[in-house]
Design a protein around this ligand. Structure first.
Ligand code: ZN
Length: 309
């Protein structure tokens, strides 16, 4: 039996698991060590794998936050960690003496969905994460698309409105992520409350409230707060545009959705997308569902990557 290590390198946490091709035997999750330079991160991953006590490891798969430079096996210029250049493949393969394979986290997730989740047997599949940031991965005609540097499917940076007052973390104006990522939803809420005025179907006194985190907004919406529900509906309308763009570009049979915002608020997120997507589609509407792999989609993808020939 071949043994593999799977790594999900996120913006705040790193997950490591070991297993064979059927699934995992052991898992660890830790906060990313940012105290010891870029090398400290790979040292941490190597230590976590060794902690899981694998004697005969065959390969390691890594699904990582981007952007990547796939040719040299590194993460470069990521806005989410305090290092410009994080080598992954070389230090990990030196430390553990096995081949290391690297993919963007959402590309890994769609591979995981294809191998272990709802996408088994499908040839056209898209995965979208709605979390602190927005991202996607795509398998088209049975092929995993990666792009020249490994950064295909940056769907969060599709433009919704180039004249928008919302500026994306990447510096561009009006990107999807500037409206609907966990980090930016409070900005969108503020814009809506400021601009909509008389159009907000809530009594003026309650409009004074603001939602300073996306958690607070969804928590209020889950309790039936009418203003929060109105904002969540507007978020869903923008998400529907982003999802429609992905459908028009990739023509998938299925879109699976992950990321903490979607996983915790299934109906609040998916219902408005399903309701509004048709207005923006030219392609036939695919099935849209929450990933059955939950918050381990990237980890399953890293396992599928590790065992890939
Ligand atoms: Zn952007």
């Amino acid at each position: 039996v071949k043994l593999y290590a799977a790594v999900d390198l996120g913006a705040t946490n790193v997950r490591v698991a070991v297993g064979d091709e059927r699934g995992f035997r052991g898992k660890l999750i830790e906060a990313i060590d940012v105290q010891n330079g870029a090398d400290g991160i790979t040292a941490q991953i190597a230590r976590m794998i060794e902690t899981l006590d694998v004697e005969e490891l065959d390969a390691i798969g890594v699904g990582s936050i981007g952007p990547l430079d796939l040719a040299s096996g590194r993460v470069i210029n990521t806005p989410n960690l305090p290092f410009k250049d994080i080598p992954i493949i070389e230090p990990l393969s030196n430390a553990l003496g096995v081949p290391v394979k690297l993919l963007n986290d959402c590309s890994a997730a769609v591979l995981g969905e294809h191998s272990y989740g709802a996408g088994r047997g499908l040839r056209n599949l898209v995965y979208i994460t709605l979390s602190t940031g927005l991202g996607g991965g795509a398998i088209v005609d049975g092929h995993l698309l990666t792009g020249k540097d490994g950064n295909a499917h940056e769907v969060g940076h599709l433009t919704i409105d180039p004249c928008s007052e919302l500026v994306c973390g990447c510096g561009c104006r009006g990107h999807w992520e500037a409206y609907c990522s966990g980090a930016n939803i409070p900005n969108f809420a503020r814009m809506l409350l400021k601009g909509a005025k008389g159009n907000v179907p809530i009594k003026p006194s309650t409009v004074e409230r603001s939602f300073t985190t996306s958690e607070a907004l969804f928590s209020a919406a889950n309790q039936g707060d009418p203003l929060a529900l109105w904002i969540v509906e507007r978020i869903g309308e923008v998400n529907a545009i982003g999802f429609a763009d992905a459908v028009n570009v990739y023509d998938p049979e299925l879109i699976t959705v992950g990321g903490s915002i979607a996983l915790r608020n299934e109906a609040l997120i998916l219902d408005p997308i399903r309701k509004n997507i048709g207005r923006h589609l030219i392609n036939r509407k695919p099935e849209i569902m929450i990933t059955p792999l939950g918050d381990e989609a990237v980890l399953f993808g890293a396992l599928a990557l590790a065992k890939k020939e």
